[in-house]
Write a protein that binds this ligand. Structure first.
Ligand code: GAL
Length: 672
């Protein structure tokens, strides 16, 4: 792995100077300096300008841009520029265009109009990477390389004939022979048996439900094909450049189809893009979850927020602008959760094109604006936080997450359309957030030693080895909680027989004989006062202690919540969809049992996270409420330079970062 350079927190965004006359560029650099911008991503959508006709490269404009940035002290994350092919590619090679499941072609005119399995696209894109990297490998402004852009954002699933052939190749690799494929796909069902590889296609539009394992394998294949582009570009870069290589992931619950756990080893640093669902007043919880997940993908290392927005985006139905102070809270929440850089899309708001109503660091109205003033403030804040760079985030709780389980659980023809992957994850995460507890969101194969509590929401598809590891973790004294519709199938999406929750039956000490999903809107009640909906099941508490049972609904008297002692630990099972207050109570019990404490005892609506290095800790506190709050803290507050002795007063909407003194040092400090 190549190390990142520099010693502060990165601050900046996508810079698209090609959208502007050259006279604007020096003003851009002046404003960047004013704002404290120290890193910009350049060239992301520049293929058509860099290679206006096949094989003829024009680098003059980019030479001038990079020199100007370098003279202004702004570093560059240089794109390989392969994100969106120029129109000439499709004209010369129409077979590079992707197709939908129904056969419709996706034409150029938007972006990413290429088939991810196209050998022609691969060859032409790598030629561009070679040309760009060859030219700028030694440019002093370039500190990082940015492969493509949001790989798979629009073209992850292509159903064309080229993709079909690539899918067959991927399946041969996975299964070796057709008998194994027929077995894995369960093709004895509905007369689907394949006698020749050539008979197999991607799951194109079919009269009814397509084979679920075929669907699952196609999703795996599609993620791998996108990853293959990353790896191919990385391979070229590695021979030509020495700077670290990244690509912007889209970790969050809005983007489902890239298995980033498997991609993480292909980048030198993990970077992520995150956009709020701005109309959601609780959107900062989704932000925190995405940040904790990005850190999980990064194996706990610091990561880079490659894109977020200063204010509104352009692609939601109603693009709500950020209120004063909100951008700062959002950006610093990412830093609190392990980001060592916060960048935005984009530097200057476009005049033309599909994203002209997307916010930027420099809005249409220019620098005399709330947005640009807040951008300058953020630049100053990040300079004040330079010392946190490289530190890690404290987390005693792990939440297991697997993209394959997400794909599996949301396949069609399941017991209830109301069971979604995000649902219990969001619910449990929300309860932790409200309790001031940070979680690492990690793959089920992650080493769990060192966590006090492990939460397992809706892990429908799970591998035996990961179940065994969780078992050992509990036996050794850990606490785990598993929610309904977990452990149901193996990696082939075959039911684990003998009763649900299949793989977790032994760990949880329960056996379910039948699911009883609820009607839309139907609620049930538990004898501990909880309310639930969506899901109930006929649980037999074979070895587990019953903590709560249904008082009504289809299964009165049947257990809904159980706990099973295993070795020195305990495994809890949640067999229904508890509402928010009941989930908060459940999580409070789990935290108490596992002895997990919040980063600081904080009033409701205040986000608290702690970062730590070998000898210092920093407490981040973000006040999402509209009143001043007080919380215990002692040390230097880095954003104001003030000192807190025992208590931090945090005004409405404000953020504080306290370099904490050891408690025994507090007594001797005076208020300055
Ligand atoms: C990202 C993308 C950027 C820009 C942004 C708008 O998905 O990488 O190029 O389109 O969204 O929010």
């Amino acid at each position: 792995m190549r190390r990142w350079q520099g010693d502060g927190i990165y601050f900046g965004g996508d810079y698209n100077p090609e959208q502007w006359p050259e006279e604007t560029w020096s003003e851009d650099v002046d404003l960047m300096r004013q704002a404290g911008v120290n890193l910009v991503s350049v060239g992301i959508f520049s293929w058509a300008l860099l290679e206006p006709t096949p094989g003829r490269f024009e680098f003059g404009w980019l030479d001038r841009v990079l020199d100007l940035l370098h003279d202004g002290g702004v570093q560059v994350d240089l794109a390989t520029a392969t994100a969106s092919p120029p129109p000439w590619l499709a004209r010369a090679h129409p077979q590079t265009l992707p197709r939908r499941a129904g056969g419709a072609i996706l034409w150029p005119g938007g972006r990413q109009a290429y088939c991810p399995s196209s050998p022609v696209f691969r060859e032409r894109s790598l030629e561009l990477v070679r040309a760009v990297a060859g030219r700028y490998a030694e440019h002093p402004a370039v500190v990082m390389w940015h492969v493509s852009n949001e790989l798979g954002c629009h073209n992850v699933h292509c159903y064309c004939d080229v993709s079909a052939e690539a899918f067959r190749g991927w399946l041969r690799e996975r299964y070796g022979d057709l008998d194994r494929l027929n077995d894995a796909w369960g093709t004895a069902f509905w007369s689907q048996r394949y006698g020749d590889w050539a008979e197999i296609n991607p799951p194109r539009d079919a009269p009814t439900f397509a084979n679920p394992t075929q669907q699952l394998d196609f999703l795996r294949f599609s993620s791998d094909e996108q990853r293959a582009q990353l790896r191919a570009e990385r391979e070229v870069l590695q021979t030509l450049v020495r700077q670290p290589i990244t690509t912007n992931f889209m970790i969050g619950l809005g983007v489902k189809y890239m298995d980033y756990h498997s991609w993480a080893s292909d980048v030198d640093l993990v970077s992520n893009d995150h956009y709020l669902t701005a109309a959601d007043p609780q959107a900062h919880l989704g932000l925190a979850l995405a940040a904790d997940h990005t850190r999980g993908v990064a194996g706990g290392d610091p990561w880079l927020l490659m894109e977020h927005s200063t204010s509104a985006v352009n692609w939601q139905p109603r693009n709500v602008a950020k209120l004063p102070g909100q951008m700062r809270r959002n950006s610093l929440a990412h830093v609190a959760r392990g980001a060592d850089g916060v960048l935005f899309f984009q530097w200057r708001a476009s005049r033309a094109g599909a994203e002209k109503f997307h916010s930027a660091l420099v809005p249409h109205a220019g620098p005399d604006t709330k947005v640009f003033r807040e951008v300058c403030q953020l630049g100053a804040d990040l300079r004040a936080l330079a010392e946190v760079r490289g530190s890690r985030v404290d987390a005693d709780v792990a939440i297991l997450f697997d993209w394959e389980a997400w794909w599996g659980v949301e396949l069609d023809s399941h017991p209830s359309a109301d069971v979604t992957y995000a649902d219990r994850l969001n619910a449990l995460y929300g309860s932790l957030w409200r309790a001031g507890v940070t979680a690492d969101i990690v793959h089920p194969s992650t080493d769990l030693n060192g966590y006090r509590l492990v939460l397992v929401p809706t892990l429908y598809l799970v591998r035996d080895a990961d179940v065994a590891a969780l078992h050992r973790y509990v036996e050794a004294g850990g606490t785990a909680a598993v929610t309904y519709f977990s452990g149901i199938v193996d990696a082939d999406d075959h039911i684990r027989l003998g009763g649900y929750p299949g793989a977790f039956r032994e760990l949880l000490g329960v056996r379910t004989e039948e699911f009883f999903p609820l009607r839309e809107g139907e609620q049930v009640h538990l004898d501990d006062g909880s309310t639930a909906d969506v899901w109930t099941e006929w649980v037999h508490p074979d070895a587990a202690e019953v903590l709560a049972s249904y008082t009504d609904g289809p299964l009165p008297g049947v257990p809904a919540l159980t706990r099973h002692r295993v070795g020195d630990g305990a495994a809890w099972y949640v067999g229904t969809r508890l509402d928010e207050p009941a989930t908060d109570r459940l999580v409070a019990r789990l935290l108490a049992e596992a002895d997990v404490r919040p980063a600081a005892p904080a009033p409701s609506g205040v986000e608290v996270v702690r970062r730590r290095d070998a000898d210092r800790t920093w407490l981040f506190a973000i006040n999402h409420t509209d009143t001043e709050v007080r919380l215990p803290a002692h040390g230097v507050e880095l954003l104001t330079g003030g000192y807190c002795v025992g208590e931090l007063a945090l005004p409405a909407g404000e953020v504080a970062v306290v370099r904490e003194d050891r408690p025994d040092a507090v007594a001797v400090k005076e208020v300055p």
